[in-house]
Design a protein around this ligand. Structure first.
Ligand code: MLT
Length: 275
């Protein structure tokens, strides 16, 4: 059963879905410019194995907020929420920008993590060219119709080539999500990603089980980026999802759920029936 926490008067600062299940919590963090709806295919399916929590990060989805943030402050928000709803220690899974947040969380709150999933993300900070690209996109977001223009620029990079033909429903759902992201949140997220620190020094220090999942045809974070993280993290597993771009969770949900289930079993302490 999923409890929705959207009402700002009655919920913690972040809006979230909390789906009851056995064992510790699996917390799924969305990327940019997205919200918790990207995890619709994981929530119900994985709740047979664990409690599934999907927050909207500050400013995204129903977590309306006009204030600027950093990647570290997003990690602090998630930690405060999880403490408040008694969901620690947890297994934390971050997609892309959500992965940056998950790494910031792992640096600060390692003792509250039982496992970590890094999905289509990277540990290094932005290059100088990358930072310039963020600035250009901030200017685009500030222009009239900026939210839609950013969505138009992001969409072809999020899904594998030919998605319009192979998966029109995924394209439609993803477009609805990207187009609903508030321009001010887009601006704040771009600045937060531009200014995030390099986390590569953290990787060899991670002492918990880590799963690295990457879409085979991801043009934002290609599989080679995941392979480098795998080489640097002692207790890590690397899994490439075929026929997927930057959004394997929506493009190939069954394979992603299977990989997450195996990882949940590996991390242990979870219901094991069915395997
Ligand atoms: C994301 O998918 O969250 C972003 O594309 C990540 C980024 O731009 O660095």
């Amino acid at each position: 059963m999923t409890a929705r926490h959207d009402d700002p008067a009655r919920r913690p600062p972040l809006a979230f879905d909390d789906t009851a299940g056995p064992g510790p919590a699996l917390v799924l963090l969305h990327g940019f410019p997205l919200d918790r709806r990207v995890w619709d295919a994981q929530r119900a399916d994985l709740a047979a194995r664990c409690r599934v929590i999907t927050p909207d990060l500050r400013g995204f989805g129903a977590s309306h907020d006009d204030r600027p943030f950093t990647i570290e402050s997003l990690a602090d928000d998630v930690h405060a929420l999880l403490r408040q709803i008694d969901a620690l220690p947890c297994i934390l899974c971050g997609l892309s920008m959500g992965g940056y947040v998950a790494l910031a969380f792992a640096r600060k709150y390692a003792g509250d993590l039982a496992g970590l999933v890094l999905m289509d993300t990277r540990a290094e900070g932005d290059t100088p060219e990358g930072k310039q690209g963020r600035q250009k996109m901030i200017e685009l977001a500030r222009s009239p119709g900026g939210g839609k223009a950013v969505s138009d620029q992001m969409m072809p990079r999020l899904l594998r080539t030919g998605a319009e033909q192979h998966a029109p429903d995924v394209v439609r759902r993803l477009r609805a999500i990207t187009e609903s992201c508030p321009p001010l949140t887009i601006e704040h997220a771009l600045a937060a990603m531009r200014d995030r620190p390099d986390q590569r020094d953290l990787l060899p220090q991670l002492r918990l089980p880590v799963l690295i999942l990457m879409g085979e045809a991801d043009v934002i974070t290609p599989p080679a980026v995941g392979e480098q993280m795998h080489a640097a993290i002692p207790n890590s597993t690397f899994h490439v999802i075929a026929n997927a771009g930057h959004m394997p969770l929506m493009e190939q949900p069954q394979e992603v759920n299977e990989a997450l289930r195996s990882f949940l079993n590996k991390v242990g302490g979870l219901a094991t029936s069915g395997d």
